[in-house]
Design a protein around this ligand. Structure first.
Ligand code: IPE
Ligand code: IPE
Ligand code: MG
Length: 254
């Protein structure tokens, strides 16, 4: 396999970790067994991303739509979130933990654990791992619009009881997204063979490079991650410009 160009490692990788259920079913096991195996993959891929110098790793862990799954599966997933958030793993890798999503819908003890882990890891600098829990992009965008309106029409903002259209800019919307603390993903990976986005980061992936693979998440290896990054590195990101413009100003293309 070709060598990775260490000067062009994506700064932000987002992953739709799909295929746990099918992986388990093919082995005659319960779907939860697949989710458990998926946690091991998260650990391996997190370490590898840190080693490669990735700065942000965003993992789609539980979507708004996943609330429609059988209660037993939801319960097992919540249990896994609780048990897998071990400080030691974040400390060992110098990884900061952040959560995005409608966390208020999560069980109290999960909310508590998430808060603690964010707090304990807040000074870690190597990489930020962002876990999307009870997250969907349409929920996030709706929430951002509500926040903007509420913020602009608070009673103490004298004389400004309504939102003017000129207030609304892309920057303002970005600031009200759950992801406001980080750059947009450079590379979005989906494992498990489906070719869809399933309500993940719709706003933020406007110019992300997309990579789909058939491998189920529990089987996704460090080598598979390298393949995805190699594919990313073989592409020219033009952001609307021509090939020639980009080549003349290669700095902008990194
Ligand atoms: C992804 O794996 C993890 C979650 C959505 C929680 P799935 O559970 O969707 O696995 P498949 O797609 O059914 O194989
Ligand atoms: C997407 O996977 C959500 C997560 C990986 C958390 P799903 O398995 O829920 O997606 P669909 O339903 O196949 O689109
Ligand atoms: Mg799935």
């Amino acid at each position: 396999m070709a060598e990775l160009d260490m000067t062009r490692i994506p700064q932000h990788i987002a992953i739709i970790m799909d295929g746990n259920g099918r992986w388990a079913t093919e082995r005659g096991k319960d779907r939860s067994y697949g989710h458990q195996a998926g946690v091991d993959t998260v650990r391996r891929i997190t370490s590898e991303c840190v080693r490669l110098g990735v700065k942000y790793l965003t993992l789609y862990t539980f979507s708004t739509e996943n609330w429609n799954r059988p209660a037993t599966e939801i319960h097992a997933l919540m249990g896994l979130v609780l048990t897998s958030l071990e400080d030691e793993i974040f400390m060992k890798n110098n990884v900061r933990f952040r959560v995005i999503g409608d966390v208020k819908r999560l069980p109290d003890e999960v909310q508590q654990k998430l808060k603690e882990t964010e707090e304990h890891t807040k000074d870690n600098k190597a990489m930020t791992m962002v876990v999307a829990l009870s997250y969907s992009s349409r929920w996030e965008i709706t929430q951002a619009v509500k926040d903007i309106i509420e913020e602009r029409t608070r009673p103490w903002r004298l004389g400004r009881q309504h939102v003017e259209s000129f207030d609304i800019t892309e920057d303002l919307i970005n600031q009200h997204m759950q992801t406001s603390f980080m750059p947009d993903p450079d590379l979005l990976i989906r494992t498990g063979g489906e070719l869809r986005i399933s309500n993940f980061l719709l706003w933020q992936i406007a110019y992300s490079e997309l990579y789909f693979c058939d491998t189920y998440w529990p089987d996704f290896s460090e080598e598979d991650l390298h393949k995805a990054i190699l594919s990313y590195q073989s592409r020219q990101r033009r952001f609307g410009k021509t090939e020639q413009q980009v080549e003349e100003n290669t700095e902008d293309n990194i």
